[in-house]
Design a binder for this molecule. Structure first.
Ligand SMILES: [Fe+2]
Length: 200
């Protein structure tokens, strides 16, 4: 991906809109020579011109920077494939329905890869009324704790924030197939596949 609009992009989009260099230049208040320079990589439009340039070319600034018209393919629609990102500095938790470039505290965060819980991070489930009471038998000190638990199904996510000195437990009303996630600040993300609610 380009980090800034390129001359090639401007030329292609201008030709697609059937605009001459002079017409495009008029629309954004520069000379046709300036547009020509951009298109031949002898100059770049000032950042203040990106919005009017995008408007004259009939696309968004993001598309202009990206070099192509973006069609929403809605490929991030299935929550079951959602991602979690956790900032190692401030502990921020970010959830995304699809791939994203996330940064926090100046750090680019990788999408966490969940693994099956080992003995130290195993979840126990107990049915209480129409909910599941979930417990992780795990330290909850300031240095080593479970930071959140989440229940994800195809159309929604429930997240519970947990805190040091508190209990590593919560309740969820299960709604069919899904995944239970929990995150340990030292050992990372764990995931468990679960079925639906066992109705009484
Ligand atoms: Fe742990």
């Amino acid at each position: 991906m380009n980090t800034y609009v390129t001359g090639n992009t401007i030329r292609q989009l201008r030709e697609k809109r059937k605009l001459t260099q002079a017409e495009l230049a008029d629309a954004i208040g520069v000379s046709s020579k300036t547009v020509s320079k951009w298109e031949t990589c002898k100059g770049l439009p000032d950042i203040s011109l990106l919005q009017p340039l995008a408007q004259a070319l009939g696309i968004s600034v993001i598309e202009l920077m990206n070099g192509q018209q973006i069609m929403n393919k809605n490929i991030s629609a299935n929550m079951m494939r959602c991602k979690f990102y956790v900032c190692p500095i401030c502990g921020n938790i970010i959830h995304s329905a699809g791939d994203a470039l996330i940064s926090c505290c100046g750090v680019t965060l990788p999408a966490l890869e969940a693994e099956e819980a080992d003995e130290e991070h195993a979840i126990t489930m107990e049915q209480v009324e129409d909910e599941q009471f979930l417990t992780v038998c795990h330290p909850m000190t300031k240095e080593h704790f479970i930071s959140f638990m989440a229940y994800v199904t195809s159309d929604r996510i429930q997240m519970v924030k947990l805190y040091p000195e508190g209990n590593a437990e919560t309740r969820f009303r299960l709604r069919g197939m899904g995944y239970l996630y929990h995150y340990c600040n030292r050992h990372g993300l764990f995931r468990m596949k679960i079925g639906g609610l066992r109705k009484k």
